[in-house]
Write a protein of this length. Structure first.
Length: 121
C-alpha cells in the first residue's frame, strides 16, 4: 500500500488520480458500494474505449469481474454481487454472460442530457 502525505489543497496543487462520480448517481436510491462500483466501471470504460473495445453499434465493451469488484471495494462476494445486481436493476449496466468461466461483457448506460437541460442540480 502506498503512503501518502497530506497537505492543504491550494491553487496549483497537483491532483492525484480520481474516479469520476456522475452527479445523477448521488440522488439515486443506490448503496454507496453500487455508486462506487459504477464509478469504477465508468473509469474502466474510458480505458476500454482507448484500447478499442467497442461494439459494432458503438457501445463500449468492458470487463470487470466480481473478484475485481471485491478487491477494489474491499467488500465480500455478497456485497459486490448485490452492487452489480442493483446497477442492473436500475438499468445502469448490462451484463452479458459468456460462459465457460469467461468474464461477463459489461456495457454502461448513462443518463442522457436533453438540449437545454442540465444535470447540475
Amino acid at each position: 500500500m502506498q503512503k501518502y502525505e497530506l497537505s492543504p489543497y491550494k491553487n496549483g496543487t497537483a491532483v492525484p488520480a480520481y474516479l469520476p462520480l456522475p452527479r445523477f448517481l448521488v440522488s439515486m436510491d443506490l448503496s454507496n458500494d453500487a455508486k462506487i462500483l459504477y464509478a469504477l466501471l465508468f473509469d474502466r470504460a474510458g480505458i476500454s474505449s482507448e484500447n478499442g473495445y467497442i461494439e459494432p453499434d458503438g457501445r463500449i465493451r468492458l470487463y470487470f469481474t466480481l473478484e475485481e469488484a471485491m478487491e477494489k471495494l474491499h467488500r465480500s462476494r455478497q456485497v459486490a454481487t448485490r452492487a452489480f445486481q442493483k446497477l442492473e436493476r436500475n438499468n445502469l449496466i448490462v451484463r452479458r454472460k459468456q460462459g465457460l468461466c469467461r468474464p461477463a461483457v459489461i456495457t454502461l448506460n448513462i443518463l442522457s442530457v436533453k438540449k437545454g437541460d442540465s444535470l447540475h442540480e
